[in-house]
Design a binder for this molecule. Structure first.
Ligand code: 9MR
Length: 360
């Protein structure tokens, strides 16, 4: 079997070829892929450790998702407790779970400033940084080569406030290598798995604030630079951690997507949820507002292009990162995700179904 006939499927439905990047084909051997044909694939970030014990959680994922991504597991912090070690337990389990259930797994993430183990602070020179980054990417991507159809190669490369004049976010990679770490990461993944969709993933680009405007501009500048130098980047992942109390800048976001499409790049939503700490207490009202925010966001994207996937960052309100940073003052639980804490669908699930259903 030729390698490019093997994987992939879900993420690639409808992808056009660009710059040596082959369009994906569907893996028709899985029932899920077959039923999902014609849909925008939906997926969720998963906490792998819960799959063995939380049966309703597991069932929700199996029933509703075509894609999964580890909420952790492939981050440096999880994979690399020491410079010598690679601990693949979590991603090995998750990809096994995905494949057994006819789903595919996205890879998150290879180069990020966050979730770095302490020892990486000892990376002292550019040569050492290049060696470590290439060794890491080569080892990880080679292990899952042909099985992970889409990678968040570089995560959150854009500075929090790029308007200050430094568009690229600080990280060990940026400090040691400058912004060429981005190109290095993409080229290294592409050399190991030329069939994978290579994604640059970022957040805070969808609101009508000067911060979001500056971040859109900085991301487009970076993408133009990468495309000009034929760096194999294929898609922009829009995380979509939407602050519930801020409007979506529908025009600004649609214009951004148009620019991205103009560079022959795909778009996908990688980490959707709605941060509801400042929304009203009443659950019914809050769920409607969460759903409306997500609808504005998804329609600003879908009005311009068909996203190659939509993933939420978790599936049930029972397990979400949101309260770590955005606990509600009234002590009520956050409700950022499509299913409530008992895994019952909320208004947000309906919205996701609207934007992922088969084209008519
Ligand atoms: O949800 C994730 C949380 O459990 C981890 O502690 C944290 C650090 O690894 O990362 C969270 O996920 C982040 C993702 O990797 C990148 N975009 C923002 C997500 C939410 O903070």
């Amino acid at each position: 079997m030729r390698r490019r006939d093997f994987v992939v499927g879900a993420l690639g439905a409808g992808l056009a070829s660009s710059g040596g990047f082959d369009p994906f084909v569907w893996n028709a051997s899985t029932a899920k892929a077959a039923t999902a044909r014609g849909r925008v694939p939906y997926g969720a970030a998963v906490r792998t450790d819960l799959l063995d014990t939380e049966f309703d959680y597991k069932a929700a994922i199996v029933d509703r998702c075509q894609l999964v991504v580890g909420e952790g597991g492939l981050k440096w912090f999880d994979l690399r407790p020491s410079q010598e070690q690679f601990v693949f337990d979590q991603p090995d389990r998750l990809i096994d779970f995905a494949e057994k259930n006819g789903m595919q797994m996205r890879g998150h993430t290879l180069a990020w400033y966050g979730a770095m183990p302490e020892w990486t602070k000892t990376i002292a020179s550019a040569a050492e940084a290049e060696r470590e980054l290439v060794h890491h990417i080569t080892t990880v991507v080679a292990r899952y080569q042909g099985r992970i159809p889409s990678w968040d190669v570089v995560n959150e490369a854009i500075a929090e406030y790029p308007g200050d004049g430094t568009p690229i976010r600080d990280s060990i990679w940026q400090e040691r290598l400058g912004k060429r770490y981005i190109e290095l990461a993409f080229r290294t993944v592409s050399a190991i798995d030329p069939t994978a969709q290579l994604v640059i993933n970022d957040y805070n680009i969808e609101n009508p604030t000067s911060q979001c405007r500056d971040r859109r501009t900085a991301l487009l500048d970076l993408l133009r630079d990468l495309k000009d130098r034929d760096v194999p980047v294929h898609a922009v992942g829009i995380q979509g951690h939407l602050p519930g109390d801020l409007e979506i800048d529908k025009d600004g976001l649609s214009r951004f997507i148009e620019e991205v499409k103009g560079m022959e790049l795909e778009v996908l939503v990688t980490e959707l949820d709605v941060i509801d700490n400042k929304l009203p207490a009443l659950e019914y009202d809050r769920d409607q507002m969460v759903a409306a925010r997500a609808r504005d966001f998804l329609s600003a994207i879908s009005d311009v292009t068909r996203p190659s996937a939509i993933l939420t960052w978790g599936i049930t309100d029972r397990y979400t990162w949101v309260p770590i940073w955005f606990k509600r003052d009234d002590g009520r639980a956050n409700r950022p995700l499509p299913l409530d804490a008992a895994c019952r669908p909320k208004a947000l699930m309906k919205v996701i179904n609207e934007f992922t259903r088969a084209a008519e």
